[in-house]
Ligand binder design. Structure first.
Ligand SMILES: Cc1ncc(COP(=O)(O)O)c(C=O)c1O
Length: 363
């Protein structure tokens, strides 16, 4: 008997036939609709979505007020380009972001569409603000797939055959205590890694030419590695001593993922610039570069921007997402769920030697 193909199988076959191979796919799941934590696939099967669109739906699929805000904005206007015509939703979103993510006395914001674009623009701003060129990133970092973001990214698999990469990018080992701590205590390990950071001024890149250090406080694609607090504090001092900007990439760790708007807020270490995307827009393409006003203003008009920066529908979705997260106290919920999950995994770790580590925010 010939087995009838499912709708999902048919869709996957059509995908294979028409979509370029390099657009990777992790599994064969399809979607017809999604709500909360549930995906309904092309054949009507219910699936629990543990991927959340790669960290994008921290507020769940299609929260009602977000869908409503999108609908409402779509009936008013879809696009004018913020470089040409000024509109409310962009300004409102910048104000909301500056309020929940203050960077010193005065904060300024620019909006783009994707995480990688946020990274690109942060680098351009940092270079203009410091009049220096080099950027330092870390092993196991992931910062996106545009050329500069890819250069800053560590994982070779994402970069194969894509070079040459951007010049003036240097890398230091991420202070991964679980993997490389050996017999050292955490304090000894962090001191050792900070020594390496200070030595990098002599053997990796001269801070006189170093514009910024970019770090994910909790690495996402690199394996969910949280930076130790003392290391982040040390990094801040190093940056202050050498006139280097600290850029924290919160594209994956921001907006409800760790119980704060940004994971750096757990650490009490203030970045000069920080970057957001993913769950900020509940799935609509929106990203933000947030930073100290004096630094953000150093970029000359015309050097940052683009046709689709801060699309009004995406801005409306982001504003509604922030409000939804506030109304439902999703940050607190993340802490509570985080506690339940880490306690359960800790119990499992004690039972199963195959589980090496249970990780969360490292303070
Ligand atoms: C930490 C981090 N930075 C940047 C990016 C790139 O974001 P986008 O895929 O929206 O360009 C990602 C995406 O996974 C990320 O996890």
């Amino acid at each position: 008997m010939i087995k009838q193909k499912t709708k999902s199988e048919e869709l996957m076959e059509r995908r294979k036939n028409i979509v370029a191979n390099g657009v990777g796919v992790f599994n064969t799941i399809t979607v017809r609709e999604a709500k909360g934590a549930i995906i309904i696939d092309a054949d009507g099967r219910e699936l629990i979505d543990f991927a959340g669109g790669i960290g994008v739906v921290n507020a769940g699929h299609c929260p009602e007020p977000v869908v409503e805000a999108i609908r409402d904005q779509a009936t008013k206007f879809l696009h004018t380009s913020f470089n040409v015509v000024t509109y409310d939703p962009y300004i409102n979103l910048c104000e909301a972001l500056a309020e929940i993510l203050p960077h010193g006395e005065k904060t300024k914001v620019m909006l783009v569409s994707t995480g990688a674009e946020a990274v690109e623009n942060a680098v351009k701003i940092a270079r203009q603000a410091t009049k220096k060129q080099a950027i330092l990133s870390f092993t196991d970092a992931f910062h996106g797939r545009t050329m500069m973001a890819m250069t800053l990214t560590s994982k070779i698999k994402y970069k194969e055959g894509c070079g040459p990469f951007a010049p003036e990018v240097y890398q230091l080992p991420f202070p991964n205590y679980y993997r490389y701590g050996g017999s050292k205590s955490l304090t000894e390990f962090v001191n050792w890694e900070l020594k390496r950071l200070y030595e990098s001024a002599h053997n990796v890149v001269d801070p006189k030419n170093l514009a910024a250090i970019i770090l994910e406080p909790i690495q996402g694609e690199g394996g969910f590695n949280a930076v130790p607090k003392k290391y982040l504090e040390g990094l801040r001092s190093f940056c202050d001593q050498h006139g280097v900007l600290l850029i924290l990439d919160e594209v994956q760790s921001g907006f409800g993922r760790t119980g704060r708007w940004a994971s750096w807020q757990h650490y009490g270490v203030q970045p000069d610039i920080s970057l957001y995307a993913k769950s900020l827009g509940s799935g609509m393409p929106i990203a933000a570069v947030v930073g100290r006003a004096d630094i953000m203003d150093a970029a000359a008009p015309g050097t940052i921007g683009g046709t689709y920066i801060g699309n009004p529908v995406s801005c409306a979705a982001a504003l509604a997402t922030i409000q939804y997260m506030k109304d439902h106290n999703l940050n607190q919920r993340a802490v509570e769920i985080g506690d339940i999950i880490s306690n359960r995994f800790e119990t499992l770790r004690k039972q199963y030697p195959q589980i090496g580590d249970v990780r969360g925010v490292e303070l």
